[in-house]
Write a protein that binds this ligand. Structure first.
Ligand code: NAP
Length: 177
């Protein structure tokens, strides 16, 4: 994961992940070298990121993305307001592209992964299958949201790579468009 982060220009998560896991979202140099820490991006329409969230700590720049009605500010972070009631992903990606962000690593969670896949914005999907069973009927899924009810509209994937990593496997897919 840290190698993948280190290869990205920006790392993006949703507010659900910030509230659940409080990640710092930086590359740990114990695992991967970086010349510059990637930009950290949080999708947070209503500005719910806690002031003490680790994603607001130093070490990398942070962009909090809200909808256009949100007026909140965050210490040490830039705020971008795009979208009427929720962050408009197409507009966000265009804005990031203009800033030179060409490789965006969307790290989750399930709601955000669903939106990127549903809107056809993601080019590649990586899944790490670990070697333990956690279980639980309420466990998060890979892509949440409402799901595709029409089988003709499902998002198709093409397997590009299957690599053994320890006792797990990393599956790298191209998202078919
Ligand atoms: N296994 C892993 O590698 C991994 C990685 C990351 C997270 N996770 C897990 O995933 C879970 C969190 O997933 P989650 O679905 O609750 O939260 P999430 O995907 O991190 O964030 C979803 C939230 O993002 C905001 N958002 C803003 N614009 C959006 C848009 N266009 N599309 C989608 N969301 C948008 C919405 O809240 P607002 O409307 O309030 O903005 C939405 O509720 C946690 O359990 C976490 O541990 C696992």
């Amino acid at each position: 994961m840290h190698i993948m982060r280190s290869q990205a220009d920006a790392i993006l998560v949703g507010i659900g992940t910030v509230l659940a896991d409080d990640p710092k979202l930086t590359v740990n140099e114990k695992y991967a070298k970086v010349t510059k820490q990637p930009l950290r991006v949080v999708l947070d329409s209503k500005g719910r990121t806690p002031k003490k969230a680790r994603v607001l700590e130093g070490g990398a720049k942070t962009l909090i993305v809200t909808d256009e009605s949100c007026t909140k500010e965050f210490p040490g972070a830039e705020v971008l307001r795009v979208g009427k009631w929720r962050v408009d992903l197409a507009k966000l990606v265009k804005n990031l592209d203009a800033r030179g962000i060409k490789n965006l690593f969307v790290e989750g969670g399930e709601g955000v992964l669903w939106s990127f896949l549903k809107e056809g914005i993601a080019d590649e999907l990586c899944v790490f299958v670990g070697s333990m069973i956690i279980g639980g009927t309420s466990s998060p899924t890979l892509a949440g949201g409402e799901g595709f009810s029409d089988i003709k509209k499902v998002r198709k994937l093409r397997l590009k790579e299957c690599r053994k990593l320890g006792d797990g496997a990393l599956l790298r897919y191209e998202v078919v468009k």
